[in-house]
Design a protein. Sequence first.
Length: 193
Amino acid sequence: MAGLDTDFIEKLKAGDQFAFKRLFDEYYARLCVFATKYTQDLDVSKDIVQDLFVKIFQDRNTLNIKTSIRSYLYQAVKNRCLNFIQHERIHSGHMEKIKTIKSTGNPQWKEKMLETELESKIHDLVNSLPAQRQRIFKMSRTEGLKNQQIADKLNISKRTVETQISKALKYLKAGLDSYLRMWIYMVISMNLW
């Protein structure tokens, strides 16, 4: 099929089934052998070549071959093989990292996960406080203001500030107690530690 010309390419573009079958029959086996030189896996190579032929058939209307069909097919298979190899290397690298973390028993990710979950729960609990109590609590704990400073800023008594902070802490403690019990149960039942 070395003498394929523009007429043949036009037949492919027009969806000529015979021309497509002829192309497939002529090159499929050769391209699989060629791809295996890159992938080292015949099944993967077959998939790559089949995908190429499917793509050619799907895009036949816009097919733009500037070289010979033979050169076009070999170049397309080579590019697909190199993309496959690159993808496999990236995937392999990620899997190695995961294996390393698992094999070293790296407890840091577990601690970070628990820490993140706990911070998120505290944040949710604080944000569910009534508006005035939430504001007082944040001024005390986030901004680091003393009770009298908060009272002066909000034009309320120091005793009110103390009461609001005390109620906020009781609420947080109750919310965290039930949350931590649930977490401990989950960790034990799912054998996360």
